[in-house]
Design a protein around this ligand. Structure first.
Ligand code: BGC
Length: 419
């Protein structure tokens, strides 16, 4: 099903011309950066806007992965009252662009030289119909494994580099009395782990065919079945408290030494940083097992809504400019755990995980292996993503659904959702 039903589309379009809630020279910004590390990062932007004399209305909607935020955004847009800016990512930017709801950022992009500043893969996502409508804040890497070195030591294991090693290390960690893998049982977290396991077991070409190109043979074939089995097996390494647990609570289990590891994107690093910990010493990062030659990217971006108030439009332009300026890119990304969206910045302040992320981003962009994250809305449209989430999470939590059956459902999920 498309993002909006046709009958409601006209309503949304009509509503778009009404004034938004933000007042002159003020922006209202919707995002879901509410964990400790995320809130520190969001605050960087608020402070920079305020330092330039603009007002900031914070429209934070809690919920990792942003599903709730997107639901709230849709209802605000439907009532003709969108915020000035919203965290909208990947192909969803195109969906909002098609509705005619997004504002044009070409003036600020031209003045600031965005075409030269941004890697093509990033710039393309920010444009709708050839015009800039969104600005990138960062590049997150999703395929990471985080670990507490003291727990690994206590269990006598090293950071696992393959899925087999992950299972072996996990068993040793459990025997040493810890939760091997911290996880929160929410659909988006299940999908985050699933895509890393699929990538680690089957490689980036298969990932691309299945989760980006939605090739039915890949979605329903043996490699998918194997990935689903690997994924389900990970339950053995998780604890009974996982249902509904937020991702940052799972990260806290690693920080506190209750759990050994977590498979999560590098917003988790924002939590380690907020806790005052040092990468490579107090916590470890490595590419998710089996994925060292791949990089699942997840680019946070702020899309601007079309507004009628000149003051609000001016504030939007300032917001867009500030997001790509070095001051924001450095401070925000140091707090957020990601790397800057523009590759020309001095990186000496960044830790070893961020340095590795940048090097791997560039290497995989050149040699292959750079793939968009399905779980984080970079690969397929929202309806397809939602249908895949349903299959992944139902399978993961079902006592009797086989991997073969789940693979068949993957094929129909992609077909039913496409239009
Ligand atoms: C977003 C991140 C955010 C994470 C957890 C991801 O989809 O891109 O910015 O930190 O979800 O909420």
């Amino acid at each position: 099903m498309p993002m909006f039903k046709k009958t409601t589309l006209a309503l949304a379009l009509a509503g778009a011309t009404l004034a938004a809630t933000a007042h002159a020279e003020e922006v209202e910004v919707l995002h879901w950066w509410t964990s400790g590390g995320e809130a520190r990062a969001a605050n960087v932007l608020k402070e920079l806007m305020e330092a330039e004399g603009y007002g900031w209305q914070d429209f934070a909607v809690a919920g990792g992965g942003g599903e709730t935020a997107m639901t709230v955004l849709k209802s605000r847009a439907m009532s003709g009252n969108p915020p000035s800016a919203a965290q909208i990512k990947g192909p969803e930017i195109q969906e909002w662009g098609e509705l005619g709801l997004l504002g044009n950022l070409d003036d600020v992009a031209g003045a600031e030289g965005w075409d030269e500043l941004l890697p093509e893969v990033v710039a393309n996502i920010m444009r709708y119909d050839g015009q800039y409508v969104a600005v990138p804040a960062n590049v997150h890497r999703v395929n990471w494994l985080w670990a507490n070195p003291e727990v690994l030591d206590a269990a006598g294991v090293e950071m696992p580099t393959t899925l087999d090693e992950l299972f072996v290390a996990g068993e040793a960690i459990r025997e040493a009395g810890f939760v091997p893998l911290a996880h929160g049982g929410q659909a988006w977290q299940d999908a985050t782990v699933f895509e890393s396991v699929l990538l680690g077991g089957q490689g980036s070409e298969f990932y691309q065919a299945a989760l980006v190109d939605l090739d039915p043979e890949a979605l329903g074939g043996d490699q998918m079945i194997e990935s689903l089995e690997d994924f389900k097996r990970l339950r053995e390494l998780m604890d009974e408290g996982m249902p509904g647990r937020d991702w940052n609570i799972a990260t806290a289990m690693v920080i506190e030494g209750a759990a050994g590891m977590q498979l999560m994107g590098d917003w988790a690093k924002g939590e380690f940083t907020a806790a005052g910990l040092t990468a490579g010493e107090d916590y470890l990062c490595a590419a998710a097992p089996g994925t060292e030659d791949a990089f699942t990217f997840n680019i946070d971006s702020l899309a601007m809504f079309r507004v009628t108030d000149d003051g609000e439009r001016e504030a939007q332009q300032a917001l867009a400019r500030l997001v790509l300026e070095p001051t924001f890119q450095e401070a925000f990304n140091l707090a957020k755990g990601s790397i800057p969206a523009r590759p020309d910045l001095e990186m000496s302040e960044f830790d070893s995980c961020a340095q590795q992320s940048l090097a791997d981003f560039q290497r995989t962009a050149e040699e292959g292996g750079l793939v968009p994250s399905m779980a984080h809305g970079m690969a397929v449209r929202a309806d397809v993503q939602g249908a895949i989430f349903d299959v992944v999470t139902n399978y993961f939590n079902s006592a009797d659904m086989t991997a073969e059956e789940a693979a068949e459902r993957m094929v129909s999920a992609a077909q039913a959702a496409s239009f």
